[in-house]
Design a protein around this ligand. Sequence first.
Ligand code: FES
Ligand SMILES: [Fe+2]
Length: 324
Amino acid sequence: MIMNQWYVILDSRQLGRGRPLGVLRLGERLVLWRDSRGAAHCIADRCAHRGAALSAGELIGDQVRCPFHGIRFDGEGRAVLIPANGAAAALPPNFSLRSYPVHEARGLIWIFWGEGEAGDPPSFFEDLGPEFSYSGWIDHWACHYTRCIENQLDVVHLPFVHRTTIGRGNATVVHGPRVEWKGGDLYVGMRNEVEKGQTPLKPEEMPALDLRRFHLQFRMPQLWQNWIGERLRIFIAFVPVDDRNTLLYLRFYQSFVRLPLLRGLVNLAGKLQSIVIARQDKRVVLTQEPRRSELKMGENLIQGDLPILEYRKRRAALKAEGQS
Ligand code: FES
Ligand SMILES: [Fe+2]
């Protein structure tokens, strides 16, 4: 995991009011809840007393109460009442739990994961404005999140994995691809062709990216969009659960149909088609060994894998930064 980053961990709709929610994210057990204003809080889901899960407890006002001996914690992870010691007793500082800064926007909940200052809140793709509507779903992949991300940056697999859907036409020869970093985002443009004895263009021989045409965009550490058209996108937040499990928060976004009922139907159709495509990917990605990718791992990358190499390099650099 890259430290000192904001990570999407939930869809806003997953966190209701009135009771705590326990989740496993980034390899850690977390408890989240909404306070009386609706603001979300996130702290470690392990009571500082004797280790019970706070998520099995209940909310008392804006605090969460452990189900075992009733100790209450606030949104900062501080113990605020140890009932057995009496309300007048001092609260020992070692009863504090780790708390995580939370940010909620665009129907997503982020936490800041790391040791440093949280800094600015996380950003979302700026060009997915309010004119877009979406249908979303969550898909569990039993693999490391790096493999899921790399699959969405893989422009070589289309005619094989998606031969019956978006990879129809047997365009197996991969030109470039063109890869550019802009404002911290990785952009990928591709041009695949049917084999006819041609030599694929080198990445630097490809024309510069035209961001008003089909491309992929990836924002470290975990957001991706397939820019299909001005009014059509597929979005994914890759949410690490632990070293062997990832949740993909996928959304089909469009802005060409705005009438509520029709919009719902179009979004549903887009979602169903995307589910079929994602299933095709998942079937293969779950078989990859080693399970986690790293910059130096003994795979034999080819020219068409350039976006994957770029991702691995950037991840390695950010990991090194986060650990220093
Ligand atoms: S384990 Fe939580 S109050 Fe005792
Ligand atoms: Fe795919």
